[in-house]
Design a protein around this ligand. Structure first.
Ligand code: SF4
Length: 62
């Protein structure tokens, strides 16, 4: 996504099985490669993790 990923938009590199298509690829954005997941971020399920991401996007919106 040359202009960056807008909030609320699924990343174009996210595969149907929720893996990153660029994992291990030098084209993967540095912010993604440097992200250290934590139990609080991942929560107990993909649905809970998405809820947390949406909350963070709302809290950090300009
Ligand atoms: S790690 Fe980055 S590039 Fe890969 S799917 Fe997630 S947001 Fe997209």
């Amino acid at each position: 996504m040359p202009q960056g990923k807008p909030a609320g938009v699924r990343c174009a590199q996210l595969l149907p099985d929720l893996r990153c298509a660029l994992f291990g690829d030098p084209r993967r954005p540095p912010v993604c490669a440097s992200l250290k997941p934590s139990p609080g971020m991942c929560a107990g399920s993909a649905e809970q993790a998405l809820h947390g991401l949406l909350w963070l996007e709302q809290q950090t919106a300009p």
